[in-house]
Design a protein around this ligand. Structure first.
Ligand code: CA
Length: 230
């Protein structure tokens, strides 16, 4: 999931931007003042920042300059100030783009996409929405085949990983054990094969569930199979 940060003190504008970006499958957080925005941008794992200039606590120029000291992520300034001098100044202190309010939300989305893809080309980071599966603190990195729970890495065997990923990518659907065996082991189940699925689910739960008797992720649907809760 690509994460974006909006730093904007006008709630209506922040919500409009957030709605449009979420419709385009970005995960969006909002900071309503410059101080929170700067802290979130520096400490968080954001892929791009949308920044207003006239902000309470810490102004947009300072936020931009401070982010730039520690991060290379694209910064798009969205401001009511129309003077060329403001644009030139912001681009000079590290902003990647400057949009003037009022703006069209679809243009904002288009520019966000363009900056993200340009940035990914430059840094050789090919992370896309589909390469990370993230659900309530559980993060599956499909490229590295690594799993994190609340940022702590968990080690999985190859089949455990494939089973977890398959369920997580098909959430809210119930799968029978036979079906899961065929999907993951690529064979018709025979003998004790079905029990293998049960054992693997148990092992996955021991790693990802805080309380195996009240699973947050993989639910048992009695007599039917398992379902990954979204
Ligand atoms: Ca403002």
């Amino acid at each position: 999931m690509i994460r974006l940060l909006i730093v904007e003190d006008e709630l209506a504008i922040a919500e409009l931007e957030k709605d449009y970006l979420e419709m385009n499958n970005y995960q969006v957080d909002v900071a309503l003042n410059g101080k929170d925005g700067l802290k979130m941008a520096v400490e968080g794992e954001y892929d791009l920042v949308i920044l207003d200039l006239m902000l309470p606590e810490v102004d947009g120029q300072t936020v931009c300059r401070e982010i730039r000291k520690v991060k290379d992520i694209p910064i798009i300034v969205v401001s009511a100030r129309k003077e060329d001098w403001d644009k030139v100044q912001m681009l000079g202190i590290g902003a990647d783009d400057y949009m003037t309010k009022p703006f069209s939300p679809s243009e904002l989305v288009a520019r966000v996409k363009a900056h993200l893809s340009r940035y990914n080309r430059l840094v050789g980071n090919f992370k896309t929405e589909n390469e990370i599966v993230e659900i309530r603190g559980l993060k599956i990195d499909k490229v590295a085949r690594r799993v994190f729970l609340d940022s702590v890495e968990k080690t999985f065997t190859s089949k455990e990983y494939e089973l977890l990923l398959f369920l997580a990518e098909n959430p809210n659907r119930v799968f029978g054990k036979e079906e899961l065996f065929k999907e993951i082991w690529k064979a018709e189940p025979a003998g004790t094969d079905i029990a293998t699925v049960t054992v693997h689910i148990k092992k996955i739960r021991e790693k990802v569930e805080k309380d195996s008797s009240h699973p947050l992720y993989i639910e048992t649907i009695w007599g039917v199979g398992y379902r990954f809760k979204m």
